[in-house]
Write a protein that binds this ligand. Structure first.
Ligand code: ADP
Length: 590
């Protein structure tokens, strides 16, 4: 596995800087708790000695009882403090990891983030990070005490009689051999388990997200089949794994606690031999039983350590997604002319398939430029590169003569509004959704923007008007209405450059007119770039650029291209034909 470069422990602790002292304190409390846990045994030993001595003084017996009881209470008190501290530390670590992930996603190329499946991102940010918490919170103190206790008992037994100490370990070699056998394939099995787990997660997310399509196309049986197959194969896999390991686990659970196997016969022998007093014998037997629990706990950490390791490496991978370089230094721009100079780009650096090659074009300030051409020609890619979803492969994109890589991402975001068909509404009020365009805007400005985007009328009809939560209104808003809300947001933002990915779908006539009207309000006086799917909407563009196979085929006005460009003429005729058909079928065109 190539994920071995950096140990998960160092990654986890790199997020623990604020809670370093809490972790140390938690460990110290765990150690105190372990030591206190041994004292009752010592008290019992003393009491047995008193009784075997023949004339026990009751006050002394009581004294030892209280000491034992007190130590027992201290053990749990410190254990409690230790686990509280370790939980606080674990949650702080989780918080830091999640914040770091969110920050990284903000700095990563937007295209990369959008390209990831929501299921995968959610799974890493929520579930995988969460898997770290429980083991981390418990492993910090418990691992230490579970390890320390047997060691302390062993040292104590050595002090009583080294032969008894060794006798206590008589089962250990068998357990170690069994464990070694089980661990031989453990990494591989665990990796397979995780693959299987990820696959079933993916299928479940796909099934739930696609349920609308599945139902619409009446595909429920075949999609359900894929779903059940994935769930069933996951069950089979985990059962197979369980079956392959339960024998060893059972063997370990049976043999590991059987410390009596060694301590009882050897203890009896030593007693008979005269080298072990009865109280020492009793003490050794009690202690050898006392370490069973901690040792058994230790075995459960094997799985948990692996779970953390995988989660941490998933997180680490996401934390190292490529970051867009950001100078952070605001620049002065003298104009809003956009220029692409010799721009080449490919999505897949490995295959090197160029989506754009050597593009040169200018989008003049305050003018209306349209990108047209066959689907797959690279129109959206150009728009995304101007908004810096990714950086260009070769060449450069400048705004006002300044390379966009030399301006802070926030400044670029301020001057460019990208209107796509993905009209995401946050689950806050409609008013706040619009205000996202400019957090400083007054309510009046929000209402004015909504009016300009033809939203006012339908928003007023919602139960709570502008205060309706987008989530509550969500189902009642049509696609066109949602788009108008996001256009209102952009009107409020009032960026000097607007990039518009025109809707491909025909909406109904009324919606269409309102959207056009709101777009006109948004784009007035702006540098406008439209990715056009319907040529009739861009007839009046100052400049139309035809893109085909990642290259600029031609540039001109509508009339110039109609006269001189065969491809454009064909596209125009096809468009007019489609419009007539659409009008003829009673759906309305534009
Ligand atoms: P247009 O907008 O003209 O239809 P695009 O810019 O969307 O064209 O696409 C140009 C080419 O880039 C197409 O071959 C498309 O398959 C490819 N492409 C688009 N987006 C991605 C992406 N996120 N990852 C990989 N390839 C992509």
């Amino acid at each position: 596995m190539e994920m071995k470069q950096k140990s998960w422990i160092s990654i986890v602790f790199s997020f623990a800087s604020q809670c370093r002292y809490k972790i140390v304190l938690s460990v110290l409390c765990a150690i105190i708790s372990v030591v206190a846990g041994l004292i009752p045994y010592w008290s019992v030993y003393q009491i047995i000695t008193l009784f075997i001595g023949g004339s026990p003084v009751m006050a002394e017996v009581w004294g030892w009882c209280w000491i034992g009881l007190g130590a027992y209470a201290i053990r749990f008190l410190f254990y409690g403090i230790s686990t509280s501290l370790s939980h606080i530390s674990a949650y702080t670590i989780l918080e830091n990891i999640r914040l770091a992930l969110a920050q990284r996603l903000m700095k990563a190329p937007l295209g990369t983030v959008i390209g990831e499946s929501v299921g995968k991102l959610k799974s890493v940010l929520v579930d995988r990070v969460e898997t770290i918490e429980l083991p981390l919170a418990h492993m910090i103190p418990e691992c230490i005490s579970n390890l320390l206790l047997p060691v302390a008992v062993f040292v104590y037994l050595v002090c009583i009689d080294w032969r008894m100490a060794l006798a206590m370990l008589v089962t250990l070699p068998f357990v170690l051999i069994a464990f070694a056998m089980m661990m031989k394939n453990f990494n591989k099995l665990y990796a397979d388990y995780m693959d299987s787990n990820n696959y079933v997660n993916g299928v479940i997310v796909e099934y739930v997200e696609g349920i609308e399509v599945i139902k619409a196309f009446n595909q429920s049986s075949s999609s359900y089949e894929k779903f059940t197959k994935a769930v069933k194969s996951f069950k089979d896999y985990t059962l197979k794994w369980y079956q392959s390991s339960w024998k060893v686990m059972n063997f370990v659970s049976a043999v590991l606690p059987s410390t009596f196997l060694g301590t009882l016969p050897i203890g009896m022998y030593l007693y008979w031999d005269g080298s072990l007093t009865p109280q020492d014998l009793a003490m050794c037997l009690i202690l050898s039983l006392g370490i069973v629990g901690p040792l058994m706990n230790f075995t459960t950490y094997v799985n948990e350590t692996k779970a953390i390791e995988y989660a941490v490496h998933d997180v680490d991978e996401l934390l190292h997604v490529e970051e867009l370089p950001d100078t952070g230094k605001p620049v002065d721009m003298h104009s809003k002319d956009i220029q692409l100079q010799n721009v080449s780009f490919s999505y897949d650096k490995e295959s090197g398939k160029q989506v754009l090659s050597h593009i040169n074009l200018t989008i003049p300030e305050g003018k209306f430029t349209a990108l047209v051409g066959p689907s797959g020609g690279g129109k959206s890619t150009i728009a995304r590169l101007i908004a810096r979803f990714w950086d260009v492969g070769d060449g450069k994109i400048t705004i006002g003569g300044i390379d966009i890589r030399n301006m802070p991402l926030t400044q670029l975001a301020d001057i460019v509004s990208f209107v796509t068909q993905d009209n995401f509404l946050f689950n806050c009020s409609i008013k706040e959704n619009i205000r996202l365009g400019n957090p400083d805007a007054t309510d009046e400005e929000v209402y004015a923007a909504a009016k300009a985007a033809c939203c006012d009328e339908f928003i007023q009809k919602l139960d709570n008007g502008y205060d309706t939560l987008a989530g509550d209104a969500g189902n009642r808003l049509s696609g066109g209405e949602k788009q108008r809300i996001s256009i209102a947001r952009m009107i409020l933002k009032n960026a000097p450059i607007v990039i518009l990915d025109e809707a491909t779908a025909f909406t109904d006539q009324e919606n269409e007119e309102k959207i056009q009207q709101s777009i006109a309000a948004l784009t007035k006086g702006k540098t406008l770039l439209v990715i056009a799917h319907r040529l009739s909407t861009i007839k009046n563009a100052n400049q139309i650029i035809i893109l085909q196979n990642g290259q600029v085929e031609n540039t001109g006005t509508h009339q110039q291209l109609l006269d001189g460009d065969a491809l454009y003429r064909d596209m125009w005729e096809a468009h007019i034909g489609a419009q007539n058909w659409s009008a003829g079928s009673g759906k309305g065109g534009n």
